[in-house]
Design a protein around this ligand. Structure first.
Ligand SMILES: NC(=O)C1=CN([C@@H]2O[C@H](COP(=O)(O)OP(=O)(O)OC[C@H]3O[C@@H](n4cnc5c(N)ncnc54)[C@H](OP(=O)(O)O)[C@@H]3O)[C@@H](O)[C@H]2O)C=CC1
Ligand SMILES: Nc1c(N[C@@H]2O[C@H](COP(=O)(O)O)[C@@H](O)[C@H]2O)[nH]c(=O)[nH]c1=O
Length: 357
């Protein structure tokens, strides 16, 4: 069972790391293109969380602006806007603020001592810490959560290791105001940079913060690789990517890439020097469970992975009994390899093979 949603932190900072200035007026650091990209990110989430001070200071709406994105959500069976949530200890929230009055989505207020003056405008939930807040959201069906600040809530989630991904927009300006809130993190796991985009001068950095986020990112890359396979009625279309311990790609491959029977893992492994020291800390991502039986080759992919000394395998789709009854996951597990399935990505890995199913 999921103990918390996949949690995406999102904020905009100045070049010198400020989230705002210390004036009364809300500082807009994003430009139009970035706000539109934030709108897109919101549309992909089930809920948006902000700290109570952001509700008080910014009076945010936290709804999706683009009518096409709202319509698309409705077509997917979702409410037009994500659920809104905030956390407060003191309970000082104005029921007339836009958090409560704008949009039809459900509003949740988490507090260790629930305030009563919000009855009728929000569901007030007793919760003492952020881990409990995220667990409650997961229990309500929130699978993907976007946290849009402010400084305190972002820092707390980072400190507790409760964040999976960071979307950091850096605006081309300096604030230089020591009294203003800054974006603060804490030492820990090194974030993995997964993307850099220039949105009309605002640099948007995408960082992966958790192992789950890194696994999802590279497994999606493996599934993309599977889309390159020449189609066959007699074999699966599979993609594989080998990634080092720091989250950097070593090699990738796909089925039938170099000859009519080569497998994805085999193709990715063939591009690496067997003496490459990175293999000892690497993970191989494969859209399909590595095979344990082969008719057209002497060694299965599970055997090749073991021989390469790769200690970790992440895959999306358990091999269905179609061509052979594979037991690659069990074989690798028994051999001491860590084997992880990400079932969320199974539909995407299957979809590439729809012609076989
Ligand atoms: N540039 C950007 O992208 C963004 C900038 N901002 C800026 O950030 C600033 C606000 O940040 P900040 O002042 O740090 O406030 P936050 O928005 O992070 O809210 C902090 C408040 O959240 C509540 N809270 C925090 N942790 C918990 C917990 N574990 N349990 C219960 N309640 C909790 C408390 O509320 P209470 O006081 O009610 O007890 C606390 O005071 C504003 O200036 C805003 O403009 C905000 C979002 C994005
Ligand atoms: N200032 C700032 C952000 N602020 C965030 O956006 C919220 C406002 O939401 P809405 O009222 O729906 O537009 C605000 O409360 C805060 O969480 N976000 C950004 O991407 N860039 C910015 O420069």
């Amino acid at each position: 069972m999921t103990s918390r949603p996949y949690t995406l932190l999102s904020c905009a900072v100045s070049i010198d790391g400020y989230l705002d200035d210390s004036s009364e007026q809300r500082l807009l650091l994003s430009n139009g293109a970035d706000f539109d990209a934030v709108d897109e990110a919101r549309a992909g989430c089930d809920a948006i969380l902000v700290g109570a001070n952001t509700v008080r200071r910014d009076d945010p709406r936290l709804v999706i602006r683009d009518p096409a994105r709202r319509a698309d959500r409705v077509a997917r069976g979702l409410p037009p806007d994500p659920l809104k949530a905030t956390v407060t200890t003191g309970g000082d929230l104005d029921p007339g603020s836009r958090f409560f009055t704008v949009g039809e989505s459900e509003k949740l207020v988490y507090s260790p001592s629930p305030p009563t003056h919000l009855d009728g405008v929000a569901t007030v939930v007793p919760a003492g810490d952020l881990r409990a807040v995220l667990a409650d959201l997961a229990g309500r069906g929130v699978r993907r959560l976007m946290v849009e600040g402010g400084a305190t809530i972002l820092a707390a989630l980072l400190a507790d290791g409760l964040a999976d991904e960071l979307r950091l927009a850096i605006a081309p300006r300096f604030v230089g105001d020591p009294a203003a809130p800054r974006f603060n993190g804490c030492p820990g796991r090194t974030p993995v940079l997964a993307g850099v985009t220039d949105l009309d001068g605002v640099a948007v950095l995408r960082y992966l913060l958790s192992q789950a986020a890194v696994d999802r990112h590279w497994l999606e890359a493996a599934i993309d690789e599977a889309r390159r396979c020449p189609p066959s009625r007699a074999a699966f279309s599979v993609g594989a990517v080998i990634v080092d311990a720091a989250g950097r790609e070593i090699s990738r491959g796909y089925s039938r890439e170099s000859d009519p029977v080569v497998h994805a893992e085999e193709s990715a492994l063939a591009k690496v020097d067997p003496a490459d020291p990175r293999l000892a800390g690497a993970t191989i991502y494969s859209s399909l469970e590595p095979c344990s039986v082969r008719r057209s080759r002497p060694a299965s992919c599970a055997a090749l992975i073991r021989a390469a000394g790769i200690p970790r395998v992440v895959y999306a789709w358990r091999e269905p009994v179609l061509f052979v009854d594979g037991e690659g996951a069990e074989e690798l597990d028994v051999a001491g390899v860590e084997v992880v399935q990400v079932p969320d990505l199974e539909p995407a890995a299957r979809a590439v093979n729809a012609h076989l199913l």
